[in-house]
Design a protein around this ligand. Structure first.
Ligand code: ARG
Length: 570
């Protein structure tokens, strides 16, 4: 039940009743409707300004004429204010229709068929092999995860891709270092940290013995040529890194349909180079091959180094074409920090020059702000770094402490601490619009008060608790019990939840779901404090329980869509 559409339909009927002769009126009125800043001004406002020309009449006059043409059970009254026609719902009717609509398929409230038959590829998280998973990769991971859930909910077929950074000479150097100074057991035990140590040692020693660089390059060449020993070590490095990453993904509830990373495209770049050559797009530049993008005010896109090695761009070109040919996507999203804005502009431009006409419409760089740590840019070398496993562990510890204090009798404390701790971290990442830079502060990420993940989760648990305590009621709900301001405010937010999800999907902005869900939680709490839910009147109680149940379900959906779990007891 979409109230916006309903009111738009009414407005249309009113228009033709009041102005039967009028010509050239807009077809779609839903987009016209505004939500008044204060509910005292109505549930929806219809601005008459844009009709002024077609009707040759001042907006206040139009509003007045329209208001005379209405009589509908779902509308209690309309008011003309300035050039606006403000609609006030019939509150009892609205409560009934809304709750019946939500409860008819509670888990689907907010879903749609918008994406039915369409495929979206989403490239996110895309971590680098032999590096520890740090907060620099937190945003891409949780934004991507949330978008996948949102697109799924809007009916799309989604393909989530972890485009691993697993190609480049550094892996040759790492193997070289491992062969000289490492051993299997230490790497198995030390994991990514041990690989980093080997790599750092390689670079230090190579500063004094430059011939090491050649050895490192030779090992990379062996990987490229498929030498069994080189490949074995390389794949093992990958597995060790992925094992660490998987732990984080499991905690976050993140899944990928594909882990095809840069190495996967290594043998698919030849064709790209040939195509570029055929189209006359390749240029020599000091022995290297480039695509000149000067005409588009961009630096050249590097395709081959002078030794013939491919680059990040080359592999991304191959990946884009592969994805199109394999998944036939309608949208291809890259969820990567704005640091790489230029990289993607160049990538899309080169694809366009190659003659792919789907690029402009379908390829999108979904960029987001950078993470710093207490005002400083992240840097492993300078020790300005927070690792994701540390962060999640601390969050869980803090949650556990609070739970022990506040809910000593809770049975599954550890489990709930995990859900809540992770919830705090994920929520704080999805609280603002993507493009805002995030300065990471421990206190903020681990904040459990005010507008936070735990606050919303707690509200969900509160709804569950109210429903658990409720008696069996056979009376039909009396919706007249839900005509107060607090119930109506909550109902309005529930009715607009589907719009928020749809908009979040269109704009690739998960925070719109965060916001809508938080507003619902706040409205429920306000309702809860100001009204008795269980009282002597069973029909009124039944209505309030139904409202509680609807809020519970929509909060759960909202939490799920941003990647949070919903514990029933906290
Ligand atoms: N591995 C890269 C990084 O950590 C991100 C890769 C993004 N995806 C892509 N297709 N380029 O910066």
């Amino acid at each position: 039940m979409d109230m916006r559409q309903r009111i738009a339909g009414l407005a249309k009927e009113m228009l033709s009743a009041a102005f039967p002769e009028a010509q050239g009126l807009p077809e779609d009125l839903a987009g016209f409707l505004e939500v008044p800043p204060d509910p005292a001004m109505g549930d929806y406002a219809f601005p008459c300004f844009r009709l002024s020309k077609a009707l040759r009449m001042g907006p206040p006059m139009i509003a007045k004429k329209l208001s005379e043409a209405l009589e509908k059970p779902e509308i209690a009254r309309v008011e003309c204010v300035g050039g606006y026609l403000n609609f006030f719902f019939n509150r009892e009717n609205f409560a009934r229709e809304m709750l019946e609509a939500v409860m008819a398929a509670p888990e689907k409230w907010g879903s749609s068929e918008e994406g039915r038959g369409k495929t979206v590829c989403m490239d996110y998280s895309s971590i680098n092999i032999a590096k520890r998973f740090h907060i620099g990769h937190l945003s891409t991971t949780v934004i991507g995860n949330s978008l996948k859930r949102i697109y799924d909910f809007q009916g799309w077929h989604t393909v989530s891709i972890n485009h691993l950074g697993d190609w480049g000479t550094q892996f040759g150097k790492m193997i070289c270092a491992y062969k000289k100074w490492g051993d299997r057991e230490t790497v198995e035990k030390g994991g990514v940290d041990e690989m980093t140590r080997l790599y750092v040692r390689f670079n230090n020693e190579a500063a004094e013995h430059p011939e090491l660089e050649d050895e490192g390059r030779a090992w990379f060449k062996k990987i490229e040529e498929g030498d069994p020993e080189a490949l074995e070590i390389f794949n093992w490095f990958k597995n060790v890194t992925l094992k660490d990453a998987m732990r984080v993904y499991d905690i976050l509830g993140v899944h990928f349909d594909s882990y095809a990373g840069e190495s996967f495209y290594a043998d698919k770049t030849g064709r790209v180079v040939e195509m570029l050559e055929e189209k006359g797009l390749l240029k020599d530049s000091d022995g290297a091959k480039i695509v000149d993008l000067e005409a588009y005010d961009m630096p050249p896109c590097l395709i081959l180094k002078s030794d013939g090695a491919t680059l990040y761009h080359t592999r991304d070109l191959a990946a884009a074409i592969y994805r199109k040919e394999t998944y036939h996507f309608d949208q291809c999203l890259y969820i990567v920090a704005y640091q790489q804005d230029l990289h993607f502009k160049q990538l899309f431009k080169v694809l366009e020059l190659m003659g792919y006409d789907w690029v402009q419409e379908q390829m999108k760089h979904v960029s987001f702000g950078m993470v710093s740590y207490e005002g400083q840019a992240l840097s492993t070398r300078k020790g300005v770094m927070i690792y994701l496993d540390d962060l999640l562990r601390k969050a869980q510890e803090k949650a556990l402490e609070i739970i022990r204090e506040k809910s000593p009798n809770l049975e599954n404390k550890e489990e709930v601490a995990r859900q809540v701790g992770v919830g705090a971290v994920v929520y704080s990442t999805l609280q603002n619009s993507r493009i805002k830079d995030i300065d990471f502060h421990w206190d903020r990420a681990l904040n459990f008060d005010g507008e936070t993940g735990p606050y919303v989760q707690y509200t969900f648990a509160r709804c569950c608790s109210v429903l658990r305590k409720a008696p069996e009621i056979s009376a039909a709900p009396d919706y007249a019990a839900l005509t107060d301001d607090e119930a109506q405010a909550l109902l309005r937010l529930l009715s607009r939840f589907p719009e928020a999800v749809a908009e979040a999907c269109q704009k690739n902005e998960p925070f719109m779901v965060t916001r809508a869900t938080t507003e619902i939680a706040k409205a429920y709490n306000k309702y809860y404090y100001e009204h008795r839910i269980l009282d002597d009147d069973p029909a009124a109680t039944a209505a309030r329980l139904k409202l509680t149940d609807a809020a519970r379900q929509v909060i759960k959906t909202g939490l799920y869509l941003i990647g949070l779990e919903a514990p029933e007891r906290m």
